[in-house]
Design a protein around this ligand. Structure first.
Ligand SMILES: *Cc1c(COP(=O)(O)O)cnc(C)c1O
Length: 221
């Protein structure tokens, strides 16, 4: 592990971001040593796509960071996810949200969640369609052991980051609409958009949480 290089890249990115923006390290396919290096350099939020991968990492790296689930969550993995993660950023159905609430009730917890938006309206992609976001936020907000704290989106795969701008803009519009609605148990705090290739555009479109893997850790093998 090139700890010095990871540290340098983390510090450079942290220094370049506006202070209101949360930098999340996307840890998929990375080793415990790589993520530890990022945490030592100042990372306070780490995202995982898979529950099983997180199980191999979270116990080794402890409590100084906020662990986010950012991948599609299956209902049968919710129990483990609730034990591992501090936040679930990929909620896209009432079914999964209800299961999170049920598991959190048993553990006497309240889970912060983001609602994932399928901003590109892609078939077979996770996320709720834009026209159904408000309704889902309303419903999830009514669950006692869950608190909605914002929105997350990926957007479609594009050759040019600029092509993602409309999808980020659409998601930001929903974020602001929901903020104005002031729904009970709903707080629009986090707008999570942008990855290595697209985070600059996402910031321009109002993201206050960016999820970076390649830029911090290098290209994946
Ligand atoms: C992999 C991944 C990222 C980070 O992607 P990079 O292009 O490596 O920065 C961010 N968000 C999600 C949901 C991911 O799966």
């Amino acid at each position: 592990v090139d700890e010095a290089r990871i540290a340098e890249d983390v510090r450079r990115v942290l220094d370049s971001l506006p202070p209101r923006v949360i930098l999340m390290a996307a840890a998929k396919d990375r080793s415990v040593a790589q993520v530890r290096a990022a945490i030592r350099a100042g990372i306070r939020h780490v995202g995982h796509n898979y529950v099983q991968e997180a199980q191999q990492m979270v116990p080794h790296l402890g409590d100084d960071v906020t662990w986010h689930m950012i991948g599609h969550l299956q209902r049968n993995k919710v129990k483990t996810a609730v034990e591992l993660f501090d936040m679930i950023d990929s909620v896209d159905s009432l079914r999964v949200a209800s299961e999170i609430a049920r598991r959190c009730a048993a553990a006497n917890r309240r889970m912060p969640v983001l609602i994932e938006v399928n901003s590109g309206r892609e078939a077979n992609k996770s996320g709720v369609l834009p026209e159904n976001v408000v309704q889902l936020v309303r419903e999830v907000g009514q669950l006692q052991h869950v608190r909605v704290q914002g929105l997350m989106t990926m957007g479609p795969e594009c050759e040019q980051p600029e092509q993602l701008r409309p999808y980020f803009r659409l998601t930001r519009g929903l974020f602001e609409q929901l903020d104005r609605m002031q729904l009970p148990s709903v707080e629009m705090l986090h707008l999570s958009m942008g990855m290595t290739s697209s985070y600059q555009v996402a910031l321009e479109e109002g993201a206050n949480m960016v999820r970076l893997g390649t830029l911090l850790f290098g290209t994946r093998e």
